[in-house]
Design a binder for this molecule. Structure first.
Ligand SMILES: C[S@@+](CC[C@H](N)C(=O)[O-])C[C@H]1O[C@@H](n2cnc3c(N)ncnc32)[C@H](O)[C@@H]1O
Length: 586
């Protein structure tokens, strides 16, 4: 073991020769190479054993149980050519909360001793590999220091580090900016050691190990924080613990805010129930290619986080030799390299097979008059089919029970020659005509207040559409004047079927929505009697809304007495809405 010699630059600031060398490398524009994943390498070496003994300390537990395995991992990184290795102490502040018990081999149970051992093991690796003063030790701490207890542990840690100091303190894997963040950084700086910060952040904000983002848009918040870190005396700012494709663009963005040395060391893979899943897509050569890309975006410090191996780091060391980091600000260069296919690009809008826009859907602009039926799942099912199949183009159409005019407007937007809209409610007809005007199709739309039961067809149509009420009601609970009682819920449907032979022109087609709480056999019988044939062209799911709940007893009665049905999903009742395409029998 060697003593770490220190020189003092400014009062309270301790700079070791190994750290001084890092500063010189940065000043000359040469890359600084960090190590790769420690915990994942330990896991790889020790299979399940480490996980069992780790007590949730993400590798740090190995310092209790298997310090020689930690030494081997450090040695491999030093041999790979790292300028900095990080101690296996990421979870040391969590270790401080692991209460007595679980005695470890060697009898080391106190977290402060584990912190000391972390440095000694790293130092020994550097010594054995003959890299004294050319490889620095970064004492790693999970920088998300939450709560007073952990802040206090951090303060105690800085005292521990006084005796055998590392070359720098690395607060890493930081996420949100909180008041505790500033306090933790201040405590770290108070140690007098150089402090580097690393955040799990990409251009979208805080970024998780799976590439998931959390938090809302925060504008310049993190950039301004970077400025603050610089003013506080932090030595470098990095990003880590995020998928490699999320590094893209982050460093040029940060460069707009700070002159600090910038770096990146992302993950390769992700955590799963069965341990770390290594990202097999990116071997050492591919990773070295990515490192070059980050270098071209201004990375001065490059390494790897979980999932990267000594082989990845050796490849990075080789590929970055002799390169200069770009000082460029703003957008990164257009995609190249192994991940460019997955890198975020200017997204194209989703379109259907005919190139029609699907996001957002070209939904008509609708205003609803007083008491006019608000389109529901059944209406939307029919609308979708009209849109997709461009139903009505060049045709004469009839919309029976037009309501808001949703179907009328779509037929007209599909370039129907003409659409006639009828509804028993005057307000619905007025609404339909107003909506036709709103959508620029008024000149091809007419409307009339008509009761379907009274309708005497005077014209024939190429296309008839109908999304009609279908509600079985108990006759004893419904008083009615001239309207027929609707025990089976199918009066309007059956009446329309009966009219279709007189409404449809030669080759004409009707689209009618039918709910599954109506009998299919009964519909088939009515169609047959009218010389028609129907087939299902689409279906959707229609939850029981309040009126259906109210008539549940009658719906169940109809289902007992016929082939009508609905689905039961846990506590929820769901009907199926079928869209029938009806034509004359051939
Ligand atoms: C389920 S809504 C469908 C409205 C619209 N087609 C849609 O898809 O949103 C049924 C419409 O039929 C109308 N209606 C009810 N009974 C009718 C009848 N006897 N004659 C004509 N229309 C009727 C209602 O006023 C209502 O606007």
């Amino acid at each position: 073991m060697i003593e770490s010699p220190t020189t003092t630059r400014s009062p309270g600031r301790r700079v070791s020769p190994a750290y001084q060398r890092l500063e010189e490398l940065l000043a000359r524009g040469e890359p600084v190479i960090l190590d790769g994943g420690n915990a994942t390498e330990l896991e790889r070496a020790q299979a399940g054993e480490l996980r069992n003994g780790d007590r949730g300390l993400w590798g740090t537990g190995a310092l209790y149980d298997a310090p020689y395995a930690v030494l081997d991992v450090h040695r491999a990184y030093v041999a790979a050519g790292c300028d900095v290795i990080s101690t296996n102490t990421w979870a040391i502040l969590a270790a401080a909360e692991v209460k007595a018990g679980g005695a470890a081999a060697g009898g080391l149970t106190h977290w402060m001793d584990v912190a000391r051992l972390g440095i000694r093991v790293a130092r020994e690796a550097i010594e054995v590999e003959g890299r004294v003063e050319s490889c620095a030790i970064a004492f790693s701490v999970n920088g998300d220091v939450e709560g007073e207890e952990r802040l206090e542990s951090l303060r105690l840690l800085t005292r521990v580090l006084e005796e055998d100091p590392p070359d720098l303190l690395l607060l890493e894997t930081m996420s949100l900016l909180r008041e505790e963040t500033t306090r933790a950084i201040e405590l770290a700086l108070g140690s007098g050691l150089p402090v580097w910060l690393s955040f799990r952040r990409c251009r979208h904000g805080v970024c998780g190990v799976y590439g998931q983002h959390w938090g809302g848009p925060e504008g310049d918040l993190f950039g301004r924080a970077a400025q603050q870190f610089e003013a506080m005396g932090v030595g470098a700012l990095l990003v880590n613990c995020l998928p490699p494709e999320h590094v893209d663009g982050m460093l040029p963005w940060l460069r707009d805010f700070t002159d600090l040395p910038l770096g990146a060391y992302p993950n390769l893979g992700y955590y799963s129930d069965s341990g770390w899943r290594h990202d097999e897509r990116i071997g050492p050569d591919e990773y070295a290619e990515l490192a070059l890309r980050w270098r071209s975006q201004g990375a001065q410090i490059v390494g790897g986080c979980c999932g990267t191996t000594p082989a990845h780091i050796a490849a990075v060391k080789k590929s970055l030799g002799g390169t200069k980091a770009s000082g460029r600000r703003g957008d990164p260069p257009a995609g190249e390299g192994p991940l460019s296919g997955r890198a975020p690009t200017l997204s194209r809008p989703w379109v259907d097979t005919e190139g029609r826009q699907l996001y957002p859907l070209p939904f008509p602009e609708l205003e609803l008059g007083q008491g006019v039926f608000v389109p529901t799942v059944g209406s939307l099912l029919v609308w979708k089919h009209l849109l997709r199949e461009r139903i009505g183009a060049g045709k004469r159409c009839l919309d029976v029970g037009c309501g808001s005019g949703l179907l009328t407007v779509q037929l007209a937007r599909n370039e129907a020659e003409h659409v006639h809209a009828v509804d028993v409610e005057r307000e619905a007809v007025a609404t339909t005509l107003a909506n036709a005007y709103r959508n620029g199709v008024a000149e091809r739309v007419t409307g009339a207040e008509v009761d379907l039961y009274m309708l005497e067809p005077e014209h024939r149509y190429d296309v008839v559409v109908a999304s009609l009420y279908q509600m079985p009601v108990d006759p004893y609970e419904q008083y009615t004047g001239h309207r027929p009682l609707d025990y089976w819920g199918r009066n309007l449907v059956d009446h329309l079927i009966g009219l279709l032979p007189r409404l449809l022109a030669e080759g004409g087609v009707a689209y009618m929505m039918q709910l599954s709480i109506l009998s299919q056999l009964e519909t088939a019988a009515h169609l047959e009697a009218a010389g028609l044939a129907g087939r299902v062209v689409d279906f959707g799911f229609f939850p029981f809304s309040e009126p259906f709940e109210r008539n549940r007893a009658q719906i169940e009665r109809v289902e007992q007495l016929s082939d009508a049905y609905h689905l039961r999903l846990g506590d929820a009742d769901v009907m199926v809405a079928y869209l029938l395409e009806i034509e004359r029998r051939g």
